[in-house]
Write a protein that binds this ligand. Sequence first.
Ligand code: GRF
Length: 221
Amino acid sequence: RRIAVLISGSGSNLQALIDAANTPRLPNTHIVLVLSNRKAAYGLTRAAQANPPIPTAYLALQPYLKANPDKTRPDYDAEVARIVVRSKPDLVVLAGWMHIMSERFLDILSGHTPLEDTDEQQLKVTRPIPVINLHPALPGAFDGANAIERAYEAFQKGEIKTSGVMVHRVIREVDRGDPVVVKEVEIRQGEPIEAFEERLHRVEWEVIVQATAQVLNEVSP
Ligand code: GRF
């Protein structure tokens, strides 16, 4: 089974997938593309250093818009989708991808909107390609950015007892798709945010592999 991973940062979750790919945790599974919207993302290095090396792509929004003044954000998303579809994945995993996935991207991945002006056969989406996203909070708790910091502050104010990690299906409302895997992560009284964050990331590395295996088994048992 083939997965494409989209990243923006250090890629520690990508690394968890690299380490699990083609082992009993993710049998017969290969990462066929790592796409980053940030050139400095260390995840690109992790992909290049994987054995065998994983094809990478880089496409950032602002440089794209500057180079294509007549294009807009949906065109950028279509270009991201094109790169992804060309790698023919069975599943797309957003592992710290710091962009909202627009409707255009999702419509292309689901096969509703064909990729235009190309007769490249491999750009035909013959069956919907599922997209899942890793989010460092519990469903509906802290949608959007800085979820870790916001959960930590809420805990300090006594507003929550625990936080967590989830992987959910990507739909049009941000961070609102059906959860695939949810795991609580406790916050300890008096601990610095770094300790909470470290514990939370370790849970992410488990959850992202578990959720990927689960969805892959749905699409290609
Ligand atoms: C993770 O905390 C993820 O939940 C969030 O961004 C972070 C990505 O970390 N969306 P990494 O790039 O996988 O190390």
